[in-house]
Unconditional design. Structure first.
Length: 274
């Protein structure tokens, strides 16, 4: 949720969010828990039914988001869970799924493997191009869930790179599919303009030889480059990382303890310019 905006705006935002969620995968099951750990008997039976058909599907745990849990009841005009969606359209709950399974219509509606592969590839292509710089990781930039992802986030932040993230722990289809799509089996994975750059080891090498920042498009650079009050460093020199203003000489530049200071200085420099 979120407050501070008019009710109409909130409602529009929620509807947009729900529309994106029900179309997040060709087959989406809104349930209690996950396909690996269903938290109620109805959800467990729905998962078993879809697994029986060998279909790839995404899930959303309504216990983790009360706004979605309540909002989807009105959006779909369906008051109970689980809820099954195929290509963004509500199919129904467990009773409907069971009836359709018995009369064969469920199998007819579920996408065939070839269709699914095409749909997944299209979805992955959209995701890797969602922002100029995309990091596929465990967790998100505010809360990385493993050391490798945490190091990758820190590296991009240190280089003043504006980037988006995708949490692979929330979507098993993307987690497995991207390994094949990219021919890269581990995470995190860094994409620039839709092209895979590599994992953490590659990122470290690029950071060391200066090619990381060179690979980043201008619109995804922030801090010194945007403020424009410092000349670009000569090749081989590292850019100052504390915005346009120099820190007092007595203070070691940009030690981890000075992160809040860095933010304030960058903000002040931007206000002076704009």
């Amino acid at each position: 949720g979120g407050g501070g905006v008019g009710a109409k705006s909130d409602g529009q935002d929620l509807n947009s969010k729900l529309m994106n969620l029900v179309s997040a995968a060709p087959v989406m099951l809104f349930m209690k828990g996950s396909k690996a750990e269903p938290f109620c008997g109805f959800s467990k039976k729905a998962v078993a039914l879809l697994n029986k058909h060998g279909v790839e599907y995404g899930t959303f745990d309504i216990l983790q988001d009360e706004e979605v849990r309540q909002g989807l009841k009105d959006y779909s005009n369906w008051k109970t869970y689980p809820q099954l969606y195929i290509k963004g359209q509500l199919v129904g709950g467990l009773d409907i799924m069971n009836e359709m399974d018995e009369d064969g219509s469920l199998a007819e509606q579920l996408p065939q493997p070839d269709d699914q592969d095409a749909d997944l590839n299209s979805r992955l292509k959209r995701l890797v191009n969602k922002a100029p710089v995309m990091l596929f990781m465990k967790g998100n930039k505010e809360q990385p869930f493993c050391g490798f992802s945490k190091t990758a986030v820190a590296m991009l932040n240190e280089h003043n790179i504006d980037f988006d993230t995708f949490d692979i722990l929330q979507d098993e289809e993307v987690r497995q599919g991207l390994k094949e799509y990219a021919n890269w089996k581990t995470y995190p994975q860094l994409y620039v303009n839709g092209e895979l750059k590599g994992g953490l080891d590659i990122m470290k090498e690029m950071a060391e030889d200066g090619s990381l920042i060179e690979a980043i498009p201008e619109r995804a650079r922030k801090g010194v480059e945007r403020v424009g009050s410092s000349p670009a460093p000569a090749r081989g020199q590292s850019a100052p990382r504390c915005g346009a203003m120099a820190l007092p000489p007595a203070v070691p530049a940009c030690s981890p303890e000075l992160a809040p200071c860095r933010v304030l200085i960058e903000g002040f420099a931007e206000r002076r310019v704009f």
